[in-house]
Design a protein around this ligand. Structure first.
Ligand code: MG
Length: 174
């Protein structure tokens, strides 16, 4: 059984992942409205990935004979001045998520809950990637620096991003 503290924190993490999904969907819709189809695609893929993160945690709680409790999703921002601002918000948000994942890992370690520690390793690694990709995108936007042709080319590049189901789900087919 999961400890009460870890169970509660995992449920809160599901909410955070779903809030992330909602945030990135909002960025996708804002970008689409501004004619940036590639940026919209990039954030739509991000939206799909965040739903995977929530699903992995839901599956895990269920596999440990726990109940998943879905909490209300807070509202998200709906407008950004530029793709740069979107990616800056993305990095700031992912840093918060990293701190939450680290907190979950600390609780699992305190509990000597080795199964939970193992499950969380994937999330620890994922957060390194999330922060790295947000930083890369900030760098790309800064390089474009308001140049219209640059933005056109960047948007074309981001249109190529495709969604791949997260590995922990691909192995369980959930
Ligand atoms: Mg996530």
């Amino acid at each position: 059984m999961l400890s009460e503290k870890l169970h509660k924190a995992l449920n809160a993490q599901i909410n955070a992942e779903l809030w992330s999904a909602y945030l990135y969907l909002s960025m996708s819709m804002d970008a689409e409205a501004k004619g940036l189809k590639g940026v919209a695609n990039w954030f739509y893929v991000q939206f799909q990935e965040e739903q995977d993160h929530a699903r992995i945690l839901m599956n895990y709680i269920l596999s440990r004979d726990g109940k998943v409790t879905l909490l209300p999703i807070e509202e998200v921002r709906t407008e950004w001045a530029s793709p740069l601002e979107m990616f800056q918000d993305t990095l700031a948000h992912e840093k918060k998520v990293t701190a939450m994942i680290n907190n979950l890992a600390s609780i699992a370690a305190e509990d000597k809950d080795y199964a939970s520690s193992n499950m969380l390793v994937w999330f620890v690694d994922e957060q390194v990637e999330e922060e790295e990709s947000a930083r890369e995108m900030i760098g790309a936007c800064e390089a474009v620096d308001g140049n219209k042709f640059g933005l056109y080319m960047l948007d074309k590049e981001l249109a190529a991003r495709t969604y791949t189901q997260a590995a922990p789900l691909a192995s369980t087919n959930a």
